[in-house]
Design a protein around this ligand. Structure first.
Ligand SMILES: *Cc1c(COP(=O)(O)O)cnc(C)c1O
Length: 432
């Protein structure tokens, strides 16, 4: 413990926090085996040093206000403009959404203390599942505590060794974990490489009962949109089902926020959609699977994160439900986030920055070097702009970037201030 505390003491980040936590328990805690404990500390310390040495240490800044266009960050005197939340529609602090959660606390309580099938299903859970299915024009939906859980719980239930799953190599970590848990034949295709996908579909066509193509609708690190038109063509040709993870699309991508299908102008033909309530849709927590009613019914019977984890808390359910009410009839927020995106991408490109991805509010500003990305974001914070550098292992080595995320709550002036700061620091650091 002392080793850990002294090595990292004084840091203003998680390291500092960790050191403080350790020192506050050191008076009362003792391990049954001191040698085991000592060895454990050394192994942990080595791991942490390696991360530090690689320049990939991730710090957690502490926010002391609501999630909004501007936030208070602990240790920073003035409020800073926030450009790194998944709060695409600004609904995390929307007054109607908060109000709905507050009312649900009174009517339905703080929590259920139960999984859904014992005594954790309330009327509001059923209502929300109906609204989700209606929003996506699908037969049914089933709620989970997170989309991570929805992804972890789907494939094992759906697929057996007789089946094949074909997954984009850059799919979200939770999809990778979910697929690990299933026993299907596994094929990973190169990122958005439709020739590779076709070859792999052809290879498994005769040896598999069902084939499932699995892709993120939008890839969160690069802001690129899956080539769904081509994927649907291949699905038809090789008689495959299609699954998309719409965490970075639901609520705001496409004219009315229906997601990747709408953005690409294709009909609702994707078989299964997983998405989160923890990003654009109020930002609290929760995820879901949406698709055939029979699939949702089977998941209720067999999906492990659904069966063995607590029911979503009523305030969270009510806030998400209010979000769907707002989005069902009004697309002004998704129009707003898309015009902010256009402004940011245009000005940054004109200034000489390379912005990755498609025309999505995720705007990764390419830098390459991990240390540069982290120093750049520190400089941005000094100028009152909160953005985060992403580096290995979140993105591949040598592909560090600052991921800027636009929101409907940003004003035009907010966006311009962010671009101006980028240009100033970019010149200082010879990036542009
Ligand atoms: C955020 C995210 C998840 C996890 O969602 P949670 O509800 O936060 O667990 C899953 N898939 C993708 C693509 C995501 O971006």
């Amino acid at each position: 413990m002392a080793l850990f505390a002294s090595r990292f003491a004084g840091g203003s980040t998680v390291r500092g926090l960790a050191a403080r936590c350790f020192s506050c328990t050191s008076g009362t805690f003792s391990s049954a085996s001191e040698p085991a404990r000592q060895q454990f500390e050394e192994i942990l310390g080595k791991n942490l040093e390696d991360i530090e040495a690689a320049g990939t240490w991730k710090t957690e800044r502490v926010i002391t206000s609501r999630q909004a266009n501007s936030v208070h960050v602990s240790g920073v005197s003035k409020p800073v403009l926030n450009f790194c939340a998944n709060n695409y529609l600004g609904l995390s602090s929307h007054q109607d959404v908060i109000g709905a959660a507050q009312r649900a606390l009174d009517t339905h309580g703080a929590g259920l203390s139960s999984v859904r099938f014992i005594c954790g299903t309330q009327d509001i859970h059923m209502d929300l599942e109906r609204k989700i299915a209606e929003f996506h024009s699908r037969e049914a939906a089933i709620l989970y505590a997170s989309c991570f859980d929805a992804n972890a719980g789907l494939f094992e239930v759906m697929l057996t060794p007789e089946d094949a799953v074909l997954s984009d190599e850059l799919n979200h970590a939770s999809i990778i974990d979910g697929i690990r848990l299933c026993k299907a034949q596994k094929q990973r295709y190169n990122h958005m490489d439709m020739e590779d996908l076709e070859n792999k579909l052809a290879a498994v066509k005769s040896s598999s009962r069902m084939r499932l193509i699995v892709t993120d609708g939008v890839f969160s690190m690069d802001g690129d949109v899956a080539p769904l038109v081509k994927i649907m063509e291949l699905a038809k040709k090789y008689e495959a089902l299609v699954f998309i993870d719409e965490c970075h699309a639901t609520g705001f991508l496409g004219k009315t926020g229906r997601g990747t299908e709408e953005y690409l102008g294709i009909r609702s033909e994707v078989d299964i959609i997983n998405s989160t309530l923890g990003k654009a849709l109020g930002g609290a927590a929760g995820g879901y699977t949406c698709g055939p009613a029979s699939l949702c019914t089977l998941l209720r019977q067999k999906s492990r994160p659904y069966l063995f984890s607590n029911s979503l808390p009523p305030p969270v359910v009510a806030s998400a439900s209010k979000v769907f009410d707002l989005l069902m009839h009004d697309s002004s927020l998704s129009e707003r986030v898309s015009s902010n995106t256009e402004l940011f991408r245009r000005r940054m490109t004109e200034a000489g920055f390379k912005i990755m991805g498609d025309n999505h509010p995720i705007c990764p500003v390419w830098l390459g070097d991990a240390r540069l990305a982290s120093e750049f974001s520190d400089e941005m914070l000094k100028r009152g702009i909160y953005v985060i550098g992403f580096s290995f292992p979140v993105v591949p080595k040598g592909k560090a970037r600052i991921r800027v995320q636009l929101s409907a709550v940003h004003s035009t002036e907010d966006v311009n201030r962010c671009v101006d700061a980028f240009i100033e620091i970019g010149k200082e650091k010879n990036v542009i």
